[in-house]
Design a protein around this ligand. Structure first.
Ligand SMILES: Nc1ncnc2c1ncn2[C@@H]1O[C@H](COP(=O)(O)OP(=O)(O)O)[C@@H](O)[C@H]1O
Ligand SMILES: [Mg+2]
Length: 561
């Protein structure tokens, strides 16, 4: 950074020296030893020209190298920050994700940290080097130019600088307004097009069209002003100020009795310096306002990381003893979502014995998934207790969670092979082939895999698009079974399937019965026939309906819905 500035100072000295040399070569001749054979004016000018060209070429290279290093550093920082953030998000408790929109997290991960690199760290580097250059230029001015003349120069520039700064501030405000207007314009259009049918029926087109015109003209008015200010008036103003300053200097220098050559040299220094100052000053001011603006992002990301990284350390477990020898008991468990005003679960009592198959039915929104999240230890009860083998569950959480295989309602398959989907998040060399085959067999996938030409290495397409619903579901089951869990949880894993496909999946589940503890949520009571105990969840309360057939509708055996 300081090297930048050093080169800049040198270049400032070089240009007037070069001009002086071309005008008065004999000065140099007297200084150089005769053996250099630089007698003729031509030769001196030639060598001086070559030297100055070379110097600027080197300066270019050095500048590019330093710029590259600076960008690299900034980007590296962004990569590290983003990686740390993703790691932290993936370690965060479930409740954190309940409270944060994934779009927001994605924004933090992608755009914000990249912006941070581009618009915070790079400007920070710029700020320092441009600052150093500005100081260097001022130093050179102070060295060459008489103080009173310099005062004129600085005075004019200060006035101009102040005017430019205040205009730029205004432009920034306007820029924000433009952003806002653009958002409102899009919103208006979306609303209008989204409700096109209703608008047409009600004859309310006028309202939307007028609002569109109004917003659009306000937008263009701001843009007009911004374009004129930023494109013409500000650069023009700077030019004017420079000319006024130089003209003032020339007048003063002549009045002080300097001869033409001295004036020429000083003006050259001033002109070259001013050209450099102009670039550096606008770089400096730009970097400064960006820094102000982006500091908010940095603060937000740091706050996120600080909060999240406490979880990262919390969840690295030390517990190795196996949990779940006999049973998990829920005693008077209540749960209320953060920010909600009512309990979703209200005094649930339940015992899950090892090896049992338990079913849950209930209307949508009854709290079934919430109950499962509590059982999995992803959320914690607001009142009541969960006891694993008579000890608080939260004390044995990692050991408990490692024994759970979860088959979600909305499965998420990755665009890869069956193998990659079953052994999710493992590198090829980490995959245990025996476990993979066992999981495939337990989920009744063997037949399918054998039929496929590429077997387990068949690519199943984005979200498993090349598979049927039942096949996708069984891949999800295989994924849950891969690590040979003691407890398997199906959260409405079959409710989107037709009867026949569901039967396929239920067969896969049946084959697990007796070997594993099974928790199964279903819409249809008929899907829970094999369960040892069936519970109905209604308005946050739970009742055992294993032998109570009144909850079945007469024809199809569906749960009340
Ligand atoms: N993150 C959340 N924040 C607030 N309320 C929620 C949240 N998730 C679910 N709920 C509410 O909790 C209730 C139970 O939801 P859920 O357990 O998903 O029901 P089910 O799985 O039985 O359909 C619903 O009324 C739902 O609106
Ligand atoms: Mg649910």
């Amino acid at each position: 950074m300081l090297f930048d500035a050093l080169l800049e100072i040198l270049s400032l000295h070089l240009v007037p020296a070069y001009v002086g040399l071309v005008a008065y070569p004999e000065k140099l001749q007297a200084l150089l030893p005769n053996t250099w054979h630089l007698e003729s004016h031509d030769k001196i000018v030639l060598w001086a020209s070559v030297a100055i060209a070379l110097f600027f070429a080197i300066k270019l290279l050095v500048n590019a190298r330093i710029g590259l290093a600076r960008i690299h550093f900034a980007q590296q920082t962004a990569v590290n920050l983003s990686t740390r953030l993703l790691d932290a998000y993936l370690h965060a408790p479930h409740e954190y994700h309940l409270q944060h929109n994934s779009a927001e997290l994605q924004r933090n991960l992608n755009s914000d940290s990249v912006q941070l690199a581009d618009q915070l760290l790079i400007p920070l580097g710029d700020l320092l080097s441009q600052g150093a250059i500005i100081l260097a230029v001022l130093g050179v001015f102070l060295f060459y130019i008489p103080v009173d003349v310099l005062a004129v120069l600085v005075g004019v520039l200060a006035v101009a600088g102040h005017a430019v700064l205040s205009q730029q501030h205004r432009l920034q405000q306007e820029g924000k307004e433009v952003q806002q207007l653009r958002g409102r314009l899009i919103k208006n259009t979306n609303e209008a097009l989204g409700c096109a049918k209703e608008i047409s029926l009600l004859g309310r087109q006028k309202f939307f069209v007028e609002r569109f015109r109004d917003l659009f003209s306000r937008l263009t008015r701001h843009q007009r002003h911004i374009q004129i200010m930023a494109g013409r008036l500000i650069p023009g103003g700077i030019e004017l100020a420079t000319i006024v300053a130089l003209a003032g200097m020339i007048y003063l220098l002549f009045r002080q009795g300097h001869n033409s050559q001295e004036v020429l040299e000083l003006i050259t220094i001033a002109a070259v310096g001013l050209a450099r100052l102009k670039g550096s000053l606008s770089g400096f001011m730009g970097a400064h306002s960006l820094l102000e603006h982006k500091r908010a992002i940095l603060d937000a990301i740091h706050a996120d990381l600080a909060e999240l990284e406490t979880f990262t350390t919390m969840t690295t477990d030390h517990e190795t003893a196996p949990a779940f020898r006999r049973e998990l008991a829920l005693a008077d468990v209540h749960y209320r979502y953060p920010g909600s005003d009512h309990d979703v679960l209200r005094g649930v009592n339940l015992v899950i014995r090892k090896g049992e198959a338990i079913g849950f039915v209930g209307k949508t929104g009854a709290g079934k998934s919430t109950l499962i999240d509590l059982i999995m230890g992803l959320v914690h009860p607001t009142a009541g207790k969960l006891l694993l083998d008579s000890r608080p569950l939260h004390e044995q959480l990692p050991a408990w969670q490692r024994q759970i295989g979860h088959v979600p309602q909305l499965l998420s398959l990755v665009d890869g092979t069956i193998r990659e989907n079953v052994a999710l998040g493992l590198r090829p060399e980490q995959i245990n082939e025996a476990a993979l085959l066992r999981a495939v067999e337990q989920s009744q996938l063997t037949e399918l895999v054998e039929r496929l030409p590429d077997g387990l290495d068949t690519v199943i397409g984005e979200r498993g698009i090349r598979l049927s619903g039942g096949q996708r579901q069984r891949i999800a089951i295989a994924r849950a079974l891969y690590h040979d869990p003691e407890i398997i949880i199906f959260d409405e894993a079959t409710s989107a399937l037709d009867n026949e496909t569901e039967a396929e999946v239920i067969r896969a589940v049946d084959s697990l019965k007796g070997h594993k503890t099974i928790l199964m949520i279903a819409h249809r009571l008929s899907s829970l026939r094999q369960c040892d105990n069936v519970y109905n969840l209604e308005r946050g309360k739970i009742i055992n309906i294993t032998h109570d057939k009144s909850h079945l509708t007469p024809r199809e055996g569906r749960a009340t819905q």
